[in-house]
Structure formats: C-alpha cells, structure tokens
Design a protein around this ligand. Structure first.
Ligand code: HEC
Length: 306
C-alpha cells in the first residue's frame, strides 16, 4: 500500500478514495434494487457513512491525525448524518423503522437482533470502562543513554566490519602502515602543504567532507554549535568536549557516522537524534577520513579497546 501512495499527493488520493467509495455504494445500491426491488435502507446508509468516514480518518489520511481530532470529526460526521437523514419525514421514518422494530422485537429476526444488542451493549460498555480505568504498569521512560553499547559488527556498503578489530585505513605513517600515534606528529602541521604525507592528505580531504556536510550541525570549530544545532534535541555532539569522541573508540565513531540517529539501539531513544546516516551519502573511505579529521582537529585520541 505504501508504495502506491505518493507523498504530497494526499488531497488527490483522498478525493480518489471518496469517489471510489461513492461509485461502490451506487453500484451496490443499483444491484440491490435490481435484485430485491429496494436499495440500501436509510438506517444502513447512515451506518455506512459513519463507517466510511471512520476508515478514511483512521487509516487513509496521511499523516495520521491525533485521537482527539478523530473523536471531534466523528462527532461532527454523526451529527451531519442525523441532519441528512432527518431532512424529510419519510427519510426519518425509514431510518427509525429498523430501530423501533428491533426495540419492540416485532418478528423473530428482530427479537434475536434485540437480544444480541442488549447483551452486547453492556459487555462493550464494561470492556471500554475496564480498559479506561485499568492502571498502567508500564515502566517509566528511562533517561537516554548517550553512548549505548555498539553492535559487535556492522554492515556498511555491503562490507562486514567487526568493530573490535577494524582500524582506520588513514591513521597511517609515511609508509602507509597503521600507526596509532601518527596524529601526534602532525598536530601542528599544515594539511594544505604538499608534503606527500598520506596522513595529512586524508586530513585535508576529511576537512573538506566535514565542511561540506557536517559543520551545519557540528559547528565550524567542531564544538557542536553549528547554525542548525539548536533546532535539534538532542543537540549535535560537541567534538571538543572530552565527553564525546575523546572517550570513544574510533570504530564506535565510525559506526555513529555511518548509521546516524536512526541506527541507535533502543537505549538511544526516546529522543531521536537528528544525526543523519552518512553511509547513504558518503563512501566508507570518506567517512573514515572525516572521522580522522575530527580527531586531528580536536587533538584528541580515540580510546583503544582494552
Ligand atoms: C542534521 C544535523 C547533523 C549533521 C549534518 C551531522 N550531524 Fe553528527 N550528530 C548530530 C546530532 C543531533 C548528534 C547526536 C548527539 C547525540 O546523539 O547525543 C550527532 C552525533 C554525532 C556523532 C556521535 C558523537 C557521540 O558522542 O556519540 C558523531 C561522531 C557525528 N555526529 C559525526 C558527524 C559527521 C562526521 C557529520 C558529517 C559527515 C555529521 N555528524 C553531520 C547532528 C548532525
């Protein structure tokens, strides 16, 4: 159903659904008349109208409307249905007829309907009251865990990555070998100097990626004060704060960058973080470079797996 629905085209879709329902009703009415000599009775017309309105408000309108609004709309629709059915005396009589016949139990069929109605009504009312009054034992909303335990491994661009074993491909020395402390040597270096150091080249590229994608939220100085930052709750991470990347393993940070706010486990909610899942826009290498840039710029080291 979702694929058929075009976002933004709700008003048109709604009209189509209503026209379709009307055609269905007219066709049904026509065939009933043809076969039994009379169409849908006024009573069922009213019931059908209310039912159709409920289905449209509850299941078709998108985005969903709040329950309080649904109740208001249904109240109004019911009122309109009564107005419509009581516009002429005949129509009102026809509408009342099955109700009165049921109350009086005129024939065997109506008697059964009466028994069922009178048995069902108190049960439904009872159930409704029970549900309403029932105390709720749900656990209270927990505080959000800012750094939940990461998964053991993740799948990024069809490649499996085991977080405890993976290493940044750009934290390397002059010979391209992984070097945990390479950053130390180049903290004050100028990444724009053409000195052929692979580490500085990835820092330069990581910086470009950062200023094309991340600084709107995480800020020019990586301090979490980007121009859009305060539109979000939680606000974007401040990388200069020792509580963020400085106390995380590099692969943890890579995981957060690639999977974003929606990739957080349950403890990361109920406040949904606005951090985008960057694997949708950046390559694995680009994500590693920007992570590398964040460490270089702040001068922090990633935590290692102990
Ligand atoms: C739409 C705003 C936005 C953009 C753009 C954005 N982020 Fe984020 N980022 C956030 C928010 C919000 C958080 C969540 C803070 C939280 O979950 O506590 C976050 C968290 C993070 C974290 C986790 C920090 C931690 O302590 O767990 C990292 C790493 C990160 N972002 C990196 C990036 C990178 C790299 C980019 C650019 C490629 C980027 N972000 C772009 C909003 C954004």
């Amino acid at each position: 159903m979702k694929g058929l629905w075009i976002p933004g085209a709700m008003p048109v879709e709604l009209i189509l659904v209503e026209v379709f329902a009307l055609i269905l009703f007219l066709a049904g009415n026509y065939f009933l008349k043809k076969i039994y000599g009379r169409g849908v009775s006024k009573f069922f017309q009213g019931v059908l109208l209310i039912l159709a309105a409920y289905i449209i408000f509850k299941f078709i309108i998108f985005p969903p409307i709040p329950a309080a609004l649904l109740i208001t709309y249904m109240g109004l629709i019911t009122l309109v249905v009564f107005l419509l059915l009581s516009t002429t005396d005949e129509s009102w009589e026809e509408f009342k007829d099955p109700i009165i016949k049921t109350l009086e139990g005129r024939t065997k069929g109506f008697k059964t309907a009466r028994t069922i109605t009178f048995a069902l009504l108190p049960v439904l009312a009872g159930l409704g009251t029970y549900n309403f009054m029932k105390p709720n034992f749900q656990e209270p909303i927990e505080l959000r865990t800012v750094h939940p335990a990461p998964p053991a491994s993740i799948q990024v661009h069809n490649k499996e990555m085991v977080l405890q074993e993976a290493k940044s491909p750009f934290r390397v020395d002059e010979n391209g070998k992984y070097e945990e402390n390479v950053e130390n040597k180049y903290l004050k270096a100028n990444p724009y100097e053409d000195n052929g150091v692979p580490y500085l080249k990835s820092i330069r590229e990581g910086g470009e990626i950062f200023f094309q994608n991340c600084h709107f939220c995480h800020g020019d100085n990586l301090n979490g004060a980007g121009m859009f930052a305060f539109a979000f709750n939680p606000i974007p991470a401040n990388f200069t704060d020792p509580g963020t990347i400085a106390q995380l393993q590099e692969t943890f940070v890579f995981w957060r960058v690639s999977k974003g706010g929606i990739g957080l486990p349950r403890e990361g909610f109920p406040w949904a973080s606005a951090m985008p899942p960057w694997e949708k826009h950046l390559t694995t290498e680009e994500m590693w470079k920007v992570v590398e840039f964040e460490y270089w710029h702040t001068g922090y080291y990633p935590r290692t797996w102990e």
